[in-house]
Ligand binder design. Structure first.
Ligand SMILES: [Zn+2]
Length: 369
């Protein structure tokens, strides 16, 4: 009898270690989403996991061969943000970054999606620091021990890629859209990292590095894993030098990357606004169960958010275009625009003027071509 109890205890301890549950955790948000179909994943799968753990031999508990140690590591100070993995559909979960701009919340402002299949896990976007990516990994390990087989980057912008090195070091394949090399080769990517090492210290530090992709996506690509089919849609240069979206066909969930910002004014960098607008117009949402944007909450009815992003970009582009054509100075043009429809949105104050300036500048360059 004692032997049975001892082996049961051993199995439980192994499971706890494998699931990462024994390591220090920040509390999982208990705030329920409005969306009844999206629940806190760790809660939803708790019972299923218990069954799985008791049905399999102890050796199976260590299938996370590509896992890294989640113990304290001086390179990656433990993040103290509240992060939770929310269930969107049968296989898709997501982590929602908090509202704010680049330097807020330890950089935790962008979303990541996690597709869990019986044959492995695919992650879409790696969050804004290695510390955040490790915290995400802890959350994943609470509900699945499947190996991480791919990380798909929707685009190379600091708030989505500084976590990539955690997965690169686990030898996980990193996929990214064509255009990524333009970003990596630019002086801007290097100066931004240098400045974030100061402004986002200690989360971005001397150990944080830019990670190169293993596979470049330059056309529509189908990925099948464990009975789940993904359509990776190459968009081209819209929000960034190269963007892609991921459609989880099996679950009818679209992961849009930064083509969509929900609940805040978009960040418009060195952008092709014309192609961004076109991509929004072509975005198919019929029959979608949910859309997971690059920032903000997942949406069951994404039409309003898509329209708001579209209208904002159109206003920026139209007004700045007229100003450039009339040889109006940027300051004069900016003052004349009626921003009232977007003024109330979070991040307007921080982002709008810079957005308008970069669009004005890009249109000046366009007009010289
Ligand atoms: Zn972003």
């Amino acid at each position: 009898m004692n032997k049975i109890i001892a082996s049961l205890l051993a199995v439980t301890v192994l499971f706890l270690i494998a699931s990462g549950a024994v390591f220090a955790e920040t509390p999982v948000s208990s705030k329920k989403s409005d969306n009844s179909k999206m629940q806190d994943a760790s809660q939803t799968l708790k019972d299923a996991k218990k069954v799985e753990s008791s049905n399999k031999p102890a050796s199976h508990q260590n299938t996370a061969s590509k896992s890294v140690s989640l113990k304290e590591d001086k390179r990656y100070p433990l993040s103290t943000v509240t992060m939770s993995l929310k269930k969107v559909s049968k296989h898709v979960y997501y982590i929602q970054g908090q509202a704010g701009t680049a330097l807020d919340n330890q950089g935790f402002i962008s979303n990541a999606s996690v597709i869990i299949t019986p044959k492995g896990i695919i992650i879409v976007d790696a969050l804004a620091s290695p510390s955040l990516a490790r915290l995400m990994l802890q959350k994943i390990r609470k509900i699945s021990n499947q190996p991480i087989v791919k990380v798909i980057s929707t685009h190379y912008h600091a708030d989505h890629i500084y976590g990539l090195q955690i997965f690169k070091d686990m030898k996980v394949e990193i996929m990214a859209p064509a255009g990524t090399w333009k970003y990596l080769d630019s002086a801007n990517s290097k100066t931004l990292l240098a400045s974030r090492r100061k402004s986002l210290k200690p989360w971005i530090n001397q150990y944080t590095r830019l990670v190169k992709p293993d596979t470049i996506i330059s056309k529509e690509t189908v990925i099948k894993l464990g009975g789940v089919e993904l359509l990776v849609n190459y968009i081209g240069s819209a929000h960034s030098d190269g963007d892609l979206s991921v459609y989880v066909k099996t679950d009818k969930v679209l992961i849009s990357g930064d083509l969509i910002f929900e609940g805040r004014v978009p960040y418009v960098g060195n952008t092709n606004t014309s192609h961004w607008l076109k991509s929004l117009k072509e975005m198919k949402t019929d029959g979608l169960l949910a859309l997971i944007p690059g920032h903000g909450k997942a949406l069951q009815k994404p039409t309003i958010a898509i329209q708001l992003n579209y209208d904002y970009l159109l206003l920026l582009r139209d007004k700045m275009k007229v100003a450039v054509e009339d040889f109006k100075s940027f300051n004069e043009a900016y003052k004349e625009v009626d921003w009232s429809r977007f003024k109330h949105l979070p991040a307007f104050k921080e982002a709008n003027r810079g957005n308008a300036y970069r669009v004005y500048h890009s249109l000046e360059v366009e007009s010289l071509k």
